[in-house]
Design a protein around this ligand. Structure first.
Ligand code: OSB
Ligand code: MG
Length: 395
């Protein structure tokens, strides 16, 4: 089947996953709006998180009874992107799920191709495509990483450190995480919390790869670019607004440190445009932001073809979303440390059992279980659900 060439989700170079056929015929979909308690606040250029995080998880059930879970790690407010928990809920229940129930698809790519006429709704599309991949993987009895052509069984990971109240607090937390195994430090920066914090980590832990993530928090004239450039950072992630590709490109020309595209990598086409313009030299690949795993694999293939290093970013996913991210990060082009905090650091408890954690060698094992990488505990999903919607019938 032919995948769409409109609306930004072009898995142009992605042949591998596109050809995987495991018939999927959905009998039922259950969607859950969750409110998960956070055990810590997460502060970035977007502000400070509240004490709870909204997100949506879905359970799809195939006509043969096989179930697959997907996750939309959306926020209540559209700060990082335009999608919200409410817009994603409405896209799932009103647009994406009803037409795919009871209709046979040759495989997950065929299913994803069925919404070729719908623009945006990336978090919702990714949740459905992910759950369909979990079903396909379970039916074939082949773990996702193997299905997609993964080449590694452990993913080197780093930790993303929120803005802190003091340098002392930051250094203490960095030390704890490094002792646990995390092998790269990424600091969230914002005006007022940037060079001093980064220099302190650089001095205290000189051998550790260090990055900063500005989450669009600066304007071209306002950032401490020269000082940051002197710190030997692995990258400066998204210094300017996501759509400020001309300014990102001009900034990159004056720096030795590579800029990394996060918010700017909003679709396959935009990522290609940004790379062509020199707006960044590294890509953070996030399936929810890109609208699915096929598109993420296409962006991965683009990075490989152009010699651009990539890594798998995160959106504070639970073990449901991280299961897909870990399988994706097993592909050969994911050559830099991924963001893969275990749920214990944000939610206390994961929605999956078992879950994952970093090992002393700084890696997280790629799940070897077919279907969802980590088994979902339905009772935990039910306990966190503040709204539910279902369609279809039980197989
Ligand atoms: O910019 O990478 C980001 C979380 C939510 C929204 C945006 C970002 C992040 C993170 C979290 O940095 C990293 C993780 O999920 O481990
Ligand atoms: Mg980022």
């Amino acid at each position: 089947m032919q995948l769409p060439t409109a609306n930004g989700h072009i898995p142009a170079g992605q042949e591998r996953a596109r050809q995987i056929e495991a018939e999927v015929e959905l009998a039922r979909a259950d969607t859950f709006m969750l409110s998960l308690p956070l055990v810590r606040t997460f502060r970035s250029a977007y502000g400070r998180s509240a004490g709870r995080k909204r997100m949506i998880v879905i359970r799809l059930e195939d006509a043969d009874g096989t179930a697959g879970w997907g996750e939309a790690p959306v926020a209540e407010r559209p700060t990082y992107g335009t999608d919200t928990a409410e817009s994603t809920w409405s896209a799932l229940s009103g647009l994406l799920l009803p037409p795919v129930i009871g209709r046979p698809f040759a495989g997950p790519a065929d299913l994803a191709g069925s919404w070729a006429d719908i623009v945006g709704q990336h978090y919702a599309k990714n949740a459905v495509e992910s759950a369909a991949w979990a079903i396909a993987s379970a039916k074939l009895g082949i773990p996702l990483a193997r299905l997609w052509g993964g080449v590694r069984d452990a993913i080197p990971v780093g930790e993303s450190f929120p803005v802190c109240d003091s340098t002392a607090e930051l250094l203490a937390e960095v030390e704890t995480r490094l002792k646990e195994g995390f092998a790269r430090v990424k600091l969230k920066i914002a005006p007022g919390w940037d060079v001093t914090a980064a220099a302190a980590v650089r001095d205290a832990f000189p051998g550790v790869p260090l990055s900063v993530d500005a989450n669009c928090g600066y304007s071209p004239g306002s950032g401490p670019w020269a000082e940051l450039d002197d710190l030997g950072l692995v990258m400066i992630e998204q210094p300017l607004a996501g759509d400020a590709l001309i300014e990102m490109s001009e900034l990159q020309q004056g720096l030795r440190t590579p800029l990394c595209l996060d918010e700017s990598a909003s679709s396959y086409n935009t990522t290609r445009t940004a790379l062509r313009m020199g707006a960044g030299r590294i890509v953070n690949i996030k399936p929810p932001r890109l609208g699915g795993l096929l598109t993420s694999m296409a962006v991965h293939d683009l990075c490989v073809a152009q010699g651009v290093p990539a890594w798998c970013g995160g959106m504070l996913e639970t073990g449901i979303g991280r299961g897909f991210n870990l399988a994706l990060a097993a592909l050969p082009g994911f050559t830099l440390h991924s963001d893969m905090s275990p749920a214990r650091l944000f939610y206390g408890q994961d929605l999956t059992e078992p879950t994952f954690d970093v090992g002393p060698d700084g890696t997280i094992a790629v799940p070897t279980r077919p279907g969802n990488g980590f088994p979902v505990v339905p009772e935990r999903v039910a306990a966190a659900a503040i709204r539910r919607w279902s369609t279809g019938t039980r197989a």
